[in-house]
Structures are given as structure tokens and as C-alpha cells.
Design a protein around this ligand. Structure first.
Ligand SMILES: C[S@@+](CC[C@H](N)C(=O)[O-])C[C@H]1O[C@@H](n2cnc3c(N)ncnc32)[C@H](O)[C@@H]1O
Length: 241
């Protein structure tokens, strides 16, 4: 009787150990996957980076196109996208500038993203309608008062310093130039709660808007736009005085 109880106790504790081991392994696998996604959202690299690029293209092409519509690009404008990712925004901006003297520029910190753009946009680059730069929003390789507009979607969250990024955008914009930012607030909240913004802690638009004002931008506002499909997105407007 005593032995039977002892054996039952032992097998119960073994089963418990096995379950907690499986649970621990699953939890650690989940946190590694979350970390991989979070890192590649900030800077796509390697196989995970290719995967994230494809996902970003599927999810954000609509938002990128919408933001470009708000830019109201003119025939001889110089326009730059910061953190262009898969390139849907560059593509939309290029379409606005076919057969005119304006030019599109893109800068991204990821080598994978820049390599992909150089292949994907080979023809536009050769025609000198598009310039692609590998570099950071923290140090834009352009002279001051160069661009008519600057835009970015889902990017400022990852900047090491919002102040520095904002100061750089303002420096390269012409007086009267505009800065637009696109985001989907509900998705950001959900991404943050799942840990995907581990490397993008400054995702809250309220802070970014505050910093734009402090950085000397004027007419700063955020609007929610609802498309006929019912999907909404946010666009942040700012201009250089
Ligand atoms: C989440 S992805 C968004 C890409 C695209 N704009 C979109 O909405 O799908 C962030 C992009 O910003 C780039 N990025 C992150 N930090 C950057 C920085 N400091 N300067 C320039 N690009 C940056 C990343 O390499 C990546 O391509």
C-alpha cells in the first residue's frame, strides 16, 4: 500500500516536471520569436529580415500609398522617404513624378532593405529619378533646405533619438516644406502589448507630436482618416516655418 502511494507520488512529480519543462521551453521559444520579430522590425537582417520585409509589404503598402497622396507632390519637387522598408512609398512617389523634373530619395538603415531597393528600382535609379541611401535618420546626408517634403511610415519608433531625427528632417526641408508621418494607432497598441516594440519604445504619437513642436515644426496635427473599406489610419502633419 505504502509503496503504491510512493510510486503514484513519484510519477505525478515526474509528469509535473515534464509539463513545466515543456511549458518553460514553449515560453522561451515564444520570447525568442518575439525578440526576432522586434529586432527585424527595427532593422531587417538575414532570413528573418526577408520574412519581415514581405510581411511589411503585405500590411503597409496601402498606408504608404495613402500618405503619398497627402503629400500633394508637385512636378519639380524633391521628396524623401526615411525608413522606406519594402519600398511601396517610394514607388507611389515615383508615379507622381513620371515625366517631370522632380526626384525621389530614400534612406534606410538596413543593408538588406537597401540592397532589395537597388535591385527592385534599378531602372528608376539608372534614369536618375530615384536615389537610394544606406544611412540613418540621425544623420541625413543632404544639405540644408534641400527637400520639399519628407515622409515616413512606421519608422520614428526606432530612432535612437526623436530630437535628433526631428532636427535632421527640419534641417533638410526647405522653408514651407512639409513633413508627414503615417501610422495605424490601434496596430501600434497591439504590437506594443505583444512585445514587438522592445526596440522601438518611442512609438506613442503624442510624444512624437510634442517633440515636433519643441523641434520648431509648426502646424503640427494628427488626423484619423477612415477609408471606404472601414479601415482607419493616422497621419501626422507638420511644416517647417
Ligand atoms: C517597421 S519598418 C517600416 C517600413 C515601411 N516604412 C513600412 O511602413 O512598411 C522600419 C524601417 O525603418 C528603418 N529604420 C529603422 N531605424 C532607422 C533609422 N534610424 N534611420 C533610417 N531608417 C531606419 C528600418 O530598417 C525599416 O526598414
Amino acid at each position: 500500500m505504502f509503496n503504491k502511494r510512493k510510486t503514484a507520488k513519484l510519477s505525478f512529480s515526474r509528469a509535473y516536471m515534464k509539463c513545466s519543462d515543456v511549458f518553460w521551453k514553449m515560453a522561451s521559444l515564444k520570447s525568442r520569436v518575439v525578440d526576432l520579430i522586434a529586432r527585424n522590425l527595427r532593422e531587417p537582417k538575414g532570413l528573418g529580415g526577408h520574412f519581415i520585409r514581405v510581411i511589411l509589404e503585405k500590411r503597409n503598402t496601402g498606408l504608404e500609398r495613402e500618405i503619398v497622396k497627402h503629400l500633394n507632390i508637385q512636378r519639380d519637387d524633391k521628396v524623401i522617404e526615411v525608413g522606406f522598408g519594402p519600398g511601396a512609398g517610394l514607388n507611389a512617389a515615383l508615379k507622381n513624378l513620371e515625366h517631370c523634373s522632380g526626384k525621389v530619395y530614400g534612406i534606410d538603415i538596413s543593408e538588406l532593405i537597401v540592397d532589395h531597393a537597388q535591385t527592385h528600382f534599378k531602372e528608376a535609379i539608372e534614369r536618375q529619378k530615384l536615389e537610394i541611401h544606406l544611412g540613418s535618420a540621425m544623420e541625413l546626408p543632404f544639405t540644408e533646405n534641400f527637400f520639399n517634403s519628407v515622409f515616413h511610415t512606421n519608422c520614428y519608433y526606432f530612432w535612437p533619438s526623436l530630437d535628433q531625427g526631428i532636427s535632421e528632417m527640419k534641417r533638410v526641408l526647405k522653408p514651407g516644406g512639409i513633413m508627414l508621418t503615417g501610422l495605424v494607432h490601434d496596430s501600434l497598441k497591439s504590437f506594443s502589448s505583444k512585445g514587438f516594440f522592445k526596440y522601438g519604445p518611442n512609438w506613442r504619437p503624442e510624444l512624437y507630436i510634442e517633440k515636433l513642436k519643441e523641434g520648431g515644426f509648426v502646424d503640427v496635427s494628427m488626423e484619423t482618416v477612415t477609408k471606404p473599406s472601414g479601415h482607419s489610419y493616422q497621419v501626422i502633419f507638420a511644416s517647417k516655418p
